[in-house]
Design a protein around this ligand. Structure first.
Ligand code: PRX
Length: 630
């Protein structure tokens, strides 16, 4: 595979990747270890929402992430683990040790009757075992479904039942800053409503007493002790399922995005090596949680398939103080640092001494992901973390895209603050106007679509191909619709402007407003609610809820707390509304549709200029909403 090393090379390789995508990707794919080469590079039909890559190819992603490195790197560190507690010793896990642990997990699962194609839910903290769990599933062809360990029992139930998981891998508890969370208690609660789960396997992390249900619950350490370190890699077809990962939808329940083995492996590896210009021996730290796609692709699969050393950090940026990221970066001599704008914005608010206390000379490349990065944060990151010398790769992509799509290439292509800049080779964006016409010129603004498949595109929504087709391929027939708005400037650089649907991005987490509304509505005092996003200094967007109660609330603050607790219980703490305004009605059109445009404007602090309100059934509610704005 040819690594892009100059701007000219980018242009010529990009051109080649568009003119002959199959030859381009076949060339990259030939770098991997295949048990049988593919027969056909690509088959696709975006009208049917179907894409297949490397058809007929046989492989196993764990052989590419582990086994093929062993001859050269058995004793190289694959994973550096840093605890939540700065006083607990960190761990260095070599590729050989990783191999042993992963094989053990594979055998442990097999001993419980897990077979190729079975779904396994992983609900664990950021400890090395979560990596063993994920790769252990992949080793035996079980489909992993990682659920972020900050989600509530209810969210866990939905995700487990939607994909019919047979086993749940979890831990007694987890640490997050100065908090201890009893994960097993949440799992126990969920298990009351998960009939497909036969076993839960529990890793001891916090040693808090837990309830072990005989016949169902097993201890991780006991089962691992019985499992051998030899586990042949299951032969997987390129298009066999590798994992399911849930992401919020603009309506109703979360969508189980399906990723398959071959294309995902090729794409995460290629993008990792290209975007970050990874060089042999470097330490890569992506601060995301493995519960999100960023963790899947750039803590595990991308870096490990490239033979890199990847950091897994259990804690949070503010514990024990606002210097923790920089402490960890110094301690482990991190070379490439990849985080989210929300983290940068919160750290930027802390005194600079928290940065200056540490030596960050080893950092060579910075990355950003998850939401638009504002210019101020970009400059602070560039100047104070990158010493004015390190490129920032602002990487735009999605759970659905599997890997990075639009991004600068570190030290190769030009940077432009707040711009994700250029499509990677093989990625063909198209900007559309609202009437469905492609805007082919530069200097345009519209909706971002992709008109040609790339290897890591999600293949479907688990169990609901129709929804997949409607959500992504029906707005602009023949094209994949991202749900994002964008600008393309005169130079052809892309700037992502944010979601154009009812999804909001809070601290980099994707959330459906409909899902939050239905959680609020579960409170017995609430009759109806409407949720919108509003600009938030640190989180990017905050959650603003307009709530109608059956009776006018007497103690508004108490009720606000109860509603927040309800959302936390139903979805998880990340979805808690920042602002709750009690109203007696919502602005609705005569057909009963809530005019969210008005709610958004008021939440943004705009009270004049609300546009045409003449089609509302009761325009007077608008005054009430404006007057009570928080
Ligand atoms: O709106 C875009 C935003 O995050 C959405 C995808 O969220 P999720 O599936 O959770 O994946 C996040 C990590 C890849 C996108 O539709 N987004 C992601 N990266 C950027 C971004 N917006 C602007 N700039 C980015 N670099």
């Amino acid at each position: 595979m040819e690594i892009i090393q100059s701007e000219q090379a980018y242009s010529s390789i990009y051109k080649r990747s568009i003119e002959d995508p199959e030859a381009f990707w076949a060339d990259i794919a030939s770098d991997f270890q295949w048990k049988k080469k593919w027969d056909n590079v690509l088959e696709w039909d975006f009208h049917k929402a179907e894409t297949k890559w490397f058809l007929g190819g046989k492989m196993n992603i764990t052989e590419n992430c582990i086994d093929r490195h062993l001859p050269k790197r058995a004793s190289q560190t694959a994973i550096i683990w840093e605890s939540n507690d700065p006083h607990e010793a960190s761990k260095h896990i070599t590729y050989q040790e990783l191999s042993d642990h992963v094989c053990r997990v594979g055998n442990m699962l097999k001993n419980q009757g897990v077979k190729k194609g079975d779904r396994v839910c992983i609900y664990m903290p950021m400890i090395p075992e979560v990596a063993y769990a994920i790769l252990g599933c992949a080793r035996i062809g079980a489909v992993h479904s990682v659920v972020f360990a900050g989600f509530s029992a209810g969210s866990l139930v939905d995700r487990i039942n939607d994909s019919g998981c047979k086993v749940v891998l979890t831990s007694d508890g987890s640490y997050r800053g100065d908090k201890k969370i009893d994960l097993k208690v949440i799992v126990d609660d969920a298990m009351l409503k998960c009939p497909t789960v036969e076993k839960t396997i529990v890793y001891q992390r916090t040693l808090n007493p837990v309830n072990m249900k005989p016949g169902r619950d097993l201890w991780w350490h006991e089962e691992m002790a019985k499992a051998s370190t030899q586990c042949p890699a299951e032969v997987m077809d390129s298009e066999d399922l590798l994992f399911i990962l849930y992401t919020s939808g603009s309506t109703g329940k979360p969508k189980g995005m399906v990723h398959t083995c071959g294309g995902y492996m090729v794409y995460t590896n290629y993008t990792f090596r290209t975007v970050f210009q990874y060089q042999e021996g470097q330490v890569f730290w992506c601060t995301a949680d493995v519960g999100w796609v960023t963790g899947h692709s750039y803590i595990l699969y991308g870096p490990l398939s490239a033979g890199a050393t990847t950091v897994i950090f259990e804690g949070i940026p503010s514990y024990p103080d606002m210097g923790r990221f920089w402490h960890v970066a110094e301690k482990h001599r991190v070379n490439i640092f990849y985080t989210a704008p929300t983290a940068i914005r919160s750290l930027e608010k802390a005194p600079l001494s928290f940065v200056e206390n540490y030596d960050l000379q080893e950092i060579k490349i910075l990355g950003s992901v998850g939401e638009p990065i504002n210019e101020e944060a970009w400059h602070w990151y560039h100047e104070h973390i990158g010493r004015g010398q390190c490129p920032i790769v602002d990487t735009w992509w999605q759970t659905e895209t599997g890997g990075i799509m639009i991004s600068p290439i570190a030290n190769v292509t030009k940077l432009k603050p707040a711009f994700a800049t250029l499509p990677l080779p093989g990625v063909q964006p198209a900007v559309m106007d609202e009437n469905g016409n492609e805007l082919t010129e530069n200097g345009v603004e519209g909706r971002l679509t992709i008109k040609f498949p790339w290897p890591a595109i999600a293949r479907t929504i688990y169990g609901d191909h129709q929804r997949f087709k409607e959500t992504y391929f029906s707005t602009f027939p023949g094209k994949y619709f991202t749900g994002d708005g964008c600008k393309r400037d005169e130079e052809g650089f892309y700037r992502i402007t944010g979601r154009v649907d009812d999804i909001i991005i809070v601290s980099g987490h994707n959330m459906g407003t409909a899902e939050i509304e239905s959680a609020i509505d579960e409170h017995s005092a609430v009759c109806e609610s409407a949720v919108v996003g509003y600009p938030h200094d640190i989180k990017g967007q905050g959650v603003y809820a307009y709530v109608i109660c059956y009776d006018k609330p007497h103690q508004e603050e108490n009720l606000r707390k109860e509603i927040r607790d309800m959302v936390s219980k139903v979805i998880g703490p990340i979805a808690k509304p920042d602002k709750i305004q009690f109203v007696s009605g919502l602005p609705k059109t005569r057909s009963g549709k809530i005019m969210r445009r008005i709610l958004r404007k008021v939440a943004e602090g705009e009270t004049s200029n609300l546009g045409d309100t003449s089609t509302l059934t009761d325009p007077s509610v608008v005054d009430e909403i404006k007057n009570g704005a928080l």
